[in-house]
Design a protein around this ligand. Structure first.
Ligand code: ZN
Length: 981
């Protein structure tokens, strides 16, 4: 367990409750108006809201009224900036608050920071003048997890205090700083939560009360598409992320605080190990300690519990503390101890009550303390920001990594998307206009890939690290980011101890995935070079937002805000699609990009007749690989010509018009018998329990973006639906035990019957584990180390077999959250913990018929320890339609669990991990000593033909967080090519 016991702290709390000494400040009686006097014309939030602090949850529209009332009354101190719409048309705002003389020169302050952020060409004397004369900019961001509700309420109190107080200390703070209050990072999720809780919650502190158990469809932590926005700074897939990154980089803050609310005691930095090694260690630690000590002094004075370090690390760059840190700010996560799923009141495990009001009070004090600390260290903190950006350029000039080179190759759309992500993060990217050469270039094949001389073509994208954004660029692009050695040693020591234990295993310190490299995830061929040879190149610009098919324009015109990022943005760098002419015989669609998968689906959806080449096709004077899709003129209505041209443009695909069915070489032309018909997918996706919320969301977002229609159904609805009206059922990642509990054996038999009649059942990760259970038997594949695994090494501990590994719950019912997810030894990443704990723990007991899945406790060394998100090289079987569009022999994939599957005995193992030990598997990220051995010879994607249909298994989620774009088509293949699989 990662939650250390703190008996002394708990005792102290009881004493506080009993004694109430005058020096102690009870957080639930906290006076939010003790730091006046206040300007009488500025309305307190409560006069607008009509209820006291922490008495009720404030919805988004009411919050906007509070902010605009304060901003109007205190216009000398406050400016409100609209930064963009959410998916549900809520406007996000950043509120700048400072002393009137600073508000009057906000543009100058913004411009000064822009100059300090790029020290190239800035004379040192001028830099020092700017450092001496510019207020420190502090980004205070609230409610990225929409159900961490104390954060939302605290924000309004902070805005009021800064806008209305005439207290000398507050005025001094305002003179030396500009507070940028990002009022709500996740408005849509917050609205779901408060609408539900306000209509249902009663303030009942009993942990068993239903108001502490958010329904699946509410789960306000995540945004509309059920993305965790505090992971999205890597994929940059969500509109809120884009709004906030753009706003953030306009201001170049020196301090950034993200306000959360999950654990049992308040958390603030210093952060735990591992820390991203791209951060300069000394200043990072020094500033985290300075802010941590300042907060500690305020909390100690009030007898408020808190902790530092422990579990909240700074490694994965997608958080809103690590990402700002990599931009040069002191980035921090603050976690308050109440509100959210604890509701208005919550009874702790020692029977004390914690109220939402007290959680609001703690965030309020921490926010103001942070601002005061930044203000009193103004000059030093601004100077260190400048130094961070200046030394970044110097490091980039020295190496060892001088440049990253990205090759658009056959998938220019993926490369353009990757480049756009970098540009959004403020990274400078150039495009070579002439070929160039590196004497020492490394590919992405593994951690130790050797240096070789290499020529790069014109059109290659180049990220030269001699730039102020070097650190974030390197963090996003490098193949492997090393963990702190001490941290890694500790995890391996725990692993060794756990190997000797049959129960009560120690948990591990990983907070998230340990590999995320964008070139590997997007499937873009990339290199890093130790040199920086002369280069002829032009800078690549971020495109201005413009309306695009699939976007909804903002009513009344103005900037358009995509509901979903369209597949091909109107980027200067994105490929222009279209048709090469008007076809006489057929159109040929090269199946080489995610855009092509979208194009094929959309044509099928509109009832055009398509076929796919199952062998190499010769058409239009050239060969096309298997998987190339053909639209024959004779089989389609006349409007095919216009429609295919239109959709090809929208998806960035160049479609070839073919004028003859006669083949020049080979024996497969567009009229060949081996070019076989496709059918229109009619798709069910399982929703609600037991499906992983984020797994469902990643699929939803991907499908919306690709134009795919589907019908979400509960398991109950699937069991009673007329399944023959559909030909695809997708069960996203979820709890295997709960899938079994809800389908039962009769439900599994029903699914099999439908598959036998011709359906395609797609099982992802946890759902694949469910399908591989002996009692379910939707595949002949079995889970490695499970009781059903007949290949497990002998040594006979079968007798000790126990049911499904139920992760041990935290101390309190939902007590051991780590950035909102819950911990347990069998679950590694937050998504796994989310499933494992909030769902498995809740439901497992209700499934008495549950068969054994695996018994980690019974057979040390044979059950794979969950991998904390690492990248491995998988091998493709290029004879199956499941790998259409993939002509390389191998593909880097993410392994983010301990779910390893034995190959199917009866089906096709389309993607596997090579059994040959001479082939290295591991590419990047952390793995256990036993991982490679256990992973070898297992299957990553399986096709199990069953009657007239197919069951397709994916060991991991191909849509993971929208980071893994390279496996999108691999997933689409399961339902686009279903008749011929
Ligand atoms: Zn959170």
């Amino acid at each position: 367990m990662r939650k250390p016991a703190r008996p002394l702290a708990a005792l102290a709390l009881v004493l506080v409750c009993l004694s109430a000494a005058p020096a102690q400040e009870r957080a639930d009686r906290f006076d939010f108006y003790a730091r006046g006097p206040y300007r009488e014309n500025v309305p307190r939030p409560q006069t607008v809201l009509r209820y006291d602090v922490g008495e009720f949850h404030t919805n988004y529209a009411m919050m906007e009224r509070v902010i605009s009332s304060i901003a109007q009354a205190a216009s000398d101190r406050v400016r409100v900036f609209d930064i963009g719409l959410t998916n549900e048309y809520r406007m996000q705002h950043v509120v700048a608050i400072s002393a009137p003389e600073n508000i009057a020169r906000l543009e100058e302050i913004r411009s000064n920071m822009r100059r300090l952020a790029d020290p190239r060409g800035l004379p040192e004397a001028e830099a020092q003048r700017l450092v001496g004369s510019t207020p420190v900019v502090v980004w205070l961001s609230y409610t990225i997890h929409g159900n961490e509700s104390a954060s939302f309420e605290a924000m309004m109190q902070v805005v009021y205090q800064l806008a209305a107080s005439e207290e000398p200390a507050t005025l001094e703070m305002l003179r030396n700083s500009v507070a940028l209050v990002n009022v709500c990072a996740n408005p849509d999720g917050h609205e779901r939560f408060v609408t539900w809780y306000n209509s249902f919650g009663n303030g009942n502190p009993d942990p068993s009360a239903a108001e502490h158990d958010e329904p699946w469809s509410v789960y306000g932590r995540v945004n509309r598409y059920r993305f965790d926005l505090n992971r999205d700074n890597v994929a940059t897939s969500q509109v809120e992320t884009k709004n906030m990154q753009r706003a953030y980089l306009e201001w170049n803050p020196q301090v950034a605080v993200d306000h959360h609310g999950q654990p049992s005691q308040f958390f603030f930095p210093p952060a735990a190990l591992p820390v991203n090694p791209n951060l300069p260690p000394a200043p990072t630690e020094r500033w985290l300690a300075a802010f941590g000590r300042a907060n500690a002094a305020q909390f100690d004075q009030r007898n408020w519990d808190f902790y530092v370090r422990d579990i909240f690390d700074l490694f994965y760059p997608g958080y809103w503390d690590s990402w700002p840190s990599l931009q040069g700010a002191t980035g921090m996560t603050y976690e308050t101890d109440s509100g959210g799923w604890k509701g208005l009141r919550w009874r702790r495990d020692d029977d004390t009550i914690v109220t939402m009001r007290s959680g609001i009070a703690k965030h309020f004090v921490a926010s103001l303390t942070t601002l005061a600390t930044a203000a009193s260290n103004r000059e030093a903190r601004v100077r260190d920001f400048y130094e961070f950006r200046r030394t970044a350029v110097e490091e980039g000039q020295r190496g060892p990594v001088r440049r990253f080179v990205l090759l658009p190759g056959r998938n220019p759309g993926a490369a353009a998307e990757l480049v756009e992500n970098l540009l959004r993060a403020g990274v400078e990217v150039q495009r070579a206009t002439a070929p160039f050469r590196s004497a020492r270039a490394h590919d992405y094949s593994g951690k130790d890939s050797p240096a070789r001389a290499r020529d790069f073509p014109a059109g290659a994208y180049v990220v030269d690290l001699a730039q102020p954004s070097k650190r974030i660029a390197k963090a996003l692009l490098e193949a492997h980011t090393p963990l702190d050695a001490a941290f890694e040693r500790e995890q391996l020591a725990r692993f060794e101890r756990n190997e000797l234990r049959s129960a009560n295993k120690e948990g591990y310190g990983f907070y998230d995935v340990t590999a995320w490299s964008l070139p590997l995830a997007f499937g873009v061929e990339a290199f890093w070079t130790e040199d920086a040879a002369p280069l002829t190149a032009t800078p690549v610009q971020l495109p201005a937002p413009r309306p695009h098919a699939g976007e909804r324009a903002e009513p009344g015109g103005g900037v358009s805000h995509p509901v979903v990022t369209p597949l091909v943005l109107g980027s200067a760098v994105a490929p222009e699609g279209g048709v090469t002419g008007r076809a006489q015989v057929a159109y040929v669609i090269p199946y080489e990009s995610n855009g092509a998968a979208s194009l094929v689906y959309r044509l099928l959806k509109e009832d055009y007749k398509l076929a796919v080449a199952t062998r190499t096709l010769n058409a239009g004077g050239r060969d096309w690989p298997r998987g190339t899709v053909v639209a024959r003129v004779s089989r389609n209505p006349d409007n095919l010509h216009e429609r295919i041209a239109q959709i090809a443009r929208e998806t960035g695909v160049t479609v070839a018009a073919v004028q003859t069915g006669f083949t020049e070489t080979g024996d497969v032309a567009v009229g060949s018998e081996t070019v076989v018909s496709l059918r229109k997918p009619r798709i069910i996706v399982a929703a609600d329990e037991p499906v992983s919320v984020t797994g469902y969301g990643a699929l939803w977002w991907t499908f919306d973006r690709m134009g795919v229609d589907f019908t979400p159904m509960t398991i109950q609805a699937i069991r009673s639906a007329r399944l023959d009206d559909y030909n695809v059922i997708i069960l996203p990642d979820g709890s295997p035990g709960q899938y079994f509990a809800r389908f039962g054996k009769p439900g599994a038999d029903q699914l099999r019957g439908w598959v036998e009649r011709g359906g395609t059942l797609v099982l992802v990760k946890g759902a694949a584990v469910f399908g591989a259970l002996k009692d379910v038997n939707l595949t002949s594949s079995r889970l490695v180390g499970s009781d059903d695994d007949d290949q497990k090494p002998s040594g006979g501990s079968e007798a000790q077999a126990t049911p499904t590994p139920t992760p041990a719950p935290g101390g309190e019912a939902q007590g051991a959250q780590r950035r909102g997810a819950q911990s347990g030894p069998a679950a590694s990443t937050p998504e796994q913990r989310e499933i494992a704990d909030s769902q498995t723990e809740k439901m497992e007991g209700a499934a008495p018929g549950l068969p054994p899945i695996a018994s980690p406790s019974a057979r040390p060394g044979r059950v794979p320890e969950a991998v904390p998100g690492a990248i491995f090289r998988a091998t493709l079987d290029r004879t199956t339609p499941l790998t259409y569009g993939y002509e390389a022999a191998t593909l880097p994939v993410l392994v983010d669990s301990g779910y390893f599957f034995r190959p199917s005995k009866e089906g096709t193992n389309a993607v596997v991990f090579d059994a040959d030990e001479r082939q290295p598997l591991h590419v990047a990220g952390f793995i256990w000593p036993t991982t490679e051995r256990l992973l070898r010879g297992t299957a990553y994607v399986v096709d199990e033909p069953t009657g007239k249909g197919h069951v397709v298994l994916y060991a991991e989620d191909p849509n993971f967080r929208a980071i893994w774009r390279s496996t999108t088509r691999l997933f689409f293949n399961s339902f686009l090519f279903q008749p011929i699989l």
